[in-house]
Every structure is written in structure tokens, then in C-alpha cells.
Design a protein around this ligand. Structure first.
Ligand code: NAP
Length: 460
């Protein structure tokens, strides 16, 4: 994939970048490994100073940075600004809390004493996607830098200006050379880098295919890996739900980030008693969305991130219809020059239809009508993914009981799956393993070293 900015609103190439040579990458890796030797000796306060400065710079340059996001991948400008603020919050969160999260843990052995010390492990490679170009990097970089690791970031090829802008923020914040390093290289080369002895761990957010490639290299070379992959989140509406509220959240859950969200609500599962009311209201709202220029503050749905992404979605819809699915709304390209797909609702989905199991990364909702609560749980779990799930009910105890039966990494009651710095994020099954954010996210690339002190009089 060429490393270039293509504005998906116009499908015009804005700027192209040269891929780094092997020699350049080797020099950057050497610098990162060298910087690790001094960075690991710094204390939490010194590390926090750099991260707080990065957060402050993000807030200061919010409008400028958000415009780069919107230009490169088509996110609505207000959401792009929100992403910058969320990313700044993540940097501040880890800068403020890392010392507590990584504090020594006293153990109580039978004789003598012992404790666990969290030590950094070295250079960590992050392979990141385009859909949240700042937030995804913040989730990976902030905790690792506070641990005392250094990071190499291979960002998605379609957001090179975002990638460069993040590295610039670190430089401006006074980060030592090699602390945060941007690699302008292809995905394949990122996989082969995992073999390098100087890289001690790898984290990837992206597709199952890229995850499998990185994980197999990590396994081959015995390196720790974390994978945050795709999802096909269910959005369950029970008969006792506040239907109007559920409909409002259903639209947000499906079209937030133009529908290109791993934890977007993708499968809408309504129990028979309220299915007609829900789908009628949901369809009405989806059909009234304002589609257009993502730089315009009144737009509600922008283009897909690229022409290829739009073509792929239309192909998934077409194959699903050929296999028996029914289109309740949309189903085609919008009448605009860029990478647009109409808000779409599919129904009559069965396991043999592609849209039943595949993740659709755009404004396409799959609608299912089921007999009861148990049927909703069974359908929710009939997925190779296990990222998030939403349950709409006014009976919170019922929601919690159902949540217990759902095979996903996150379950939200009366809300689409969402994110904030202090809540863990991650999935099970083909959605990956490991966690980002919260205290759990900082524990992934850490050597939890046991230190045992024995008394001279302890028994042999
Ligand atoms: P993708 O193609 O897998 O790209 C993600 C990153 O992996 C990019 O940097 C890409 O580089 C790189 N890559 C591609 N092939 C690779 C390979 N063989 N080895 C190593 N790296 C490789 O994913 P995408 O389609 O852009 O992103 C959408 C996917 O990410 C969706 O499935 C979505 O659900 C998932 N996602 C998951 C989360 C989560 O937290 N669970 C969050 C956001 C997105 P190039 O750009 O150079 O190809």
C-alpha cells in the first residue's frame, strides 16, 4: 500500500511519502534501543513531564491536528477534535497514575520477605490502524513510555501526516531522540521487523489478517504480543427498554466515526414484542442523516476512509443480497464524488449470508428479530468476534445477568460500547487478546520481577 494522503471526500491524492529504507529503519531501531538504556533509568516524574507536555500540546493544537485527521481519513471534524482531547486525556491519565499502577507489590512468603517490581522490557513495536489515528497511538504509547519502554510506531499507510504530527509533538515536548519513533513502512515489513532482537514486544490494532501475521512472527521469535482486532458488536433491545433512547443510541452506535469503529454496534437484535417499533424508528433516523463534507460541522455521516473501503462494503452488501438478505434502507453508493456509502439496513440474515458473520466497517446495520431474551443471547454469541456488546433494558439486574452470559471483552448496559482512559478495552475470540487502557493496559509489556529476601536463619 502506498504511503500517501488521499482525501476520501474527493478521492484526490494530496501528498505522497517515500517509504523508509531498511538502512534508515535499522538506524532508528538502534537509536530506540540506545535511548531505552537511559530512559529506563528515569523516574516516573521525569517520564510524566514529557507525557503531560505532549497532552498540553495536543490541546493547544487541537484544531490543526483534527483537520489532518479529517483530511486523511474522513472523520467528522467535531469527532476529530474529540479524538484529540481524548488522546490528551490518555497521556495525562498514565502520566498521573503510572507510579501507583506500577508500585512494588509486597508478598507474604512463609519465610523472609518478597515483592514484585515492575521493570521495563525494552523497545516495543506498535502497529496501528487509521480509524482513530491519534487515540490508538495514545493507547499504546502512553502506558509503555511510563513503564520505561521506548516505542516504534508503524502507523497505517493512509495516515502519514497524522503519524508525523504525533512524532513532532514528542519532539516539541522535549522527548529524547529515539523515545517515540515513527516508521514509514508497509505492513509486511512491520511483521518481519518482529524478528529483530532489539524489539521485545509487539502490539497491533487492526484486522484479523494483520493480527495473525504479527502474532505468528511474535510466536516464532518468542515475543509478547497484544492484539486488538475487529468486532461485530450486538446491540440487544429487550421489551422493557426505553425504545426512544435505544433508537438514539443505536444510530450513534452504528454511525459514530462514519461507522468505521471496531466497537461500533453492528448487529441490532430486537425481541419480537418491540421489534416493529424499534426498526421503524431506527430506519426513520438512519434515513434522515445528513451525508456530506466531513469538514462541515452540520454533516452527520462522512465518507469511508478510502475508495477501496467503500467498494469493499458495497461488495459485502451485494454478496449478502445475492445470498438472500433484504435491504431495508440504502445499499448503494451516495451520489457524491468521494468514498461515500449510504446509510444501510440489512435484514433476513442467516449464517450462510456473508453479512451474518463478517464485520462490515461502515454505516451498515444488520437487523435481527428474535423470540426472546435467550434467543438474543444465543445470536449474540454466534460470532467469531468477541469485542463489545450493548444491552438495552430498564431492569439493570436483568442486564447484568445477561451480561454474564455474553462472550465479549466488554458489555455496556443502556449504551453502545464506548471508551475512556480508565476503562479497560479489548476482546476475546477473534477480536484479539490483552487489554489497553486503565490499569490493565499498563501491565502488558512489563517484567514483573520477583525479588525474594531470605533470612540467614531460614530453613534450607
Ligand atoms: P489493517 O489493514 O489490519 O491495518 C492495521 C495496521 O496493520 C496498519 O498499520 C497496516 O499497515 C498494518 N498491517 C497490514 N497488514 C499487515 C501485516 N501483514 N503485518 C503487519 N502489519 C500489517 O486494518 P484496517 O482495515 O486498516 O483497520 C480496520 C480493522 O481494525 C477493523 O477490523 C477494526 O475492527 C480493527 N480495529 C480494532 C480495534 C480494537 O481496539 N479492537 C480498534 C480499531 C480498529 P498498512 O496500512 O501499511 O497496510
Amino acid at each position: 500500500m502506498a504511503i500517501q494522503t488521499v482525501n476520501p471526500y474527493t478521492n484526490k491524492v494530496v501528498r505522497s511519502f517515500e517509504e523508509m529504507t531498511d538502512k534508515a529503519v535499522d538506524m532508528l531501531l538502534a537509536q530506540s534501543a540506545k535511548t531505552f538504556n537511559s530512559w529506563k533509568e528515569t523516574n516516573y516524574e521525569q517520564r510524566a513531564q514529557i507525557l503531560h507536555k505532549v497532552a498540553a500540546l495536543m490541546r493547544e493544537k487541537k484544531e490543526y491536528l483534527a483537520k489532518i485527521i479529517t483530511l486523511e481519513m474522513g472523520k467528522l471534524i467535531a469527532q476529530a477534535e474529540g479524538e484529540i482531547l481524548l488522546s490528551a486525556d490518555i497521556f495525562d491519565y498514565y502520566a498521573t497514575n503510572a507510579a501507583e499502577f506500577l508500585a512494588d507489590k509486597e508478598l507474604k512468603p512463609e519465610f523472609g520477605s518478597a515483592y514484585i517490581r515492575c521493570s521495563p522490557i525494552g523497545v516495543i513495536l506498535g502497529v496501528e490502524p487509521w480509524n482513530f489515528p491519534f487515540y490508538q497511538v495514545a493507547r499504546f504509547a502512553a502506558p509503555n513510555l511510563m513503564v520505561g519502554n521506548t516505542v516504534l510506531v508503524k502507523h497505517a499507510s493512509m495516515v502519514p501526516q497524522c503519524a508525523i504530527a504525533i512524532e513532532d509533538l514528542f519532539n516539541e515536548a522535549g522527548a529524547p531522540n529515539g523515545l517515540y519513533t515513527n516508521l514509514l513502512i508497509s505492513g509486511k515489513r512491520a511483521s518481519s521487523l518482529v524478528a529483530d532482537k532489539r524489539i521485545k514486544g509487539v502490539s497491533l490494532t487492526g484486522s484479523e489478517e494483520a493480527g495473525a501475521s504479527i502474532a505468528s512472527e511474535a510466536g516464532k521469535y518468542l515475543k509478547k504480543s497484544v492484539l486488538e482486532l475487529g468486532g461485530s458488536d450486538a446491540f440487544i433491545i429487550l421489551e422493557d427498554a426505553d425504545i426512544d433512547k435505544a433508537v438514539e443510541w443505536a444510530v450513534v452506535g452504528r454511525i459514530n466515526n462514519n461507522g468505521e469503529c471496531c466497537v461500533a454496534s453492528k448487529r441490532f437484535i430486537a425481541v419480537e414484542a418491540i421489534a416493529d417499533e424499534f426498526i421503524e424508528k431506527f430506519k426513520e433516523k438512519m434515513s434522515n442523516l445528513v451525508v456530506g463534507d466531513p469538514m462541515n460541522s452540520t454533516t452527520e455521516l462522512g465518507p469511508m476512509s478510502s475508495e477501496e473501503a467503500a467498494v469493499h462494503i458495497i461488495d459485502q452488501i451485494r454478496k449478502s443480497v445475492d445470498a438472500g438478505a433484504t435491504i431495508l434502507l440504502g445499499g448503494t453508493r451516495s451520489d457524491l464524488p468521494g468514498a461515500f456509502v449510504q446509510p444501510t439496513i440489512l435484514t433476513d440474515l442467516k449464517p450462510e449470508i456473508p453479512a451474518y458473520y463478517e464485520e462490515i466497517f461502515g454505516p451498515v446495520a444488520s437487523f435481527y428479530r428474535v423470540k426472546d431474551e435467550q434467543a438474543a443471547i444465543t445470536l449474540t454469541n454466534d460470532s467469531s468476534f468477541g469485542l463489545g456488546c450493548s444491552i438495552f433494558t430498564q431492569d439493570i439486574e436483568r442486564g447484568k445477568r445477561i451480561a454474564d452470559k455474553i462472550d465479549t471483552g466488554m458489555v455496556f448496559i443502556n449504551h453502545p460500547t464506548w471508551t475512556q482512559p480508565d476503562l479497560p478495552f479489548g476482546g476475546t475470540k477473534n477480536s484479539g487478546y490483552g487489554r489497553e487502557l486503565s490499569e490493565l493496559g499498563i501491565q502488558e509489556f512489563v517484567n514483573k520481577k520477583l525479588i525474594r529476601i531470605s533470612g540467614l536463619s531460614d530453613p534450607l
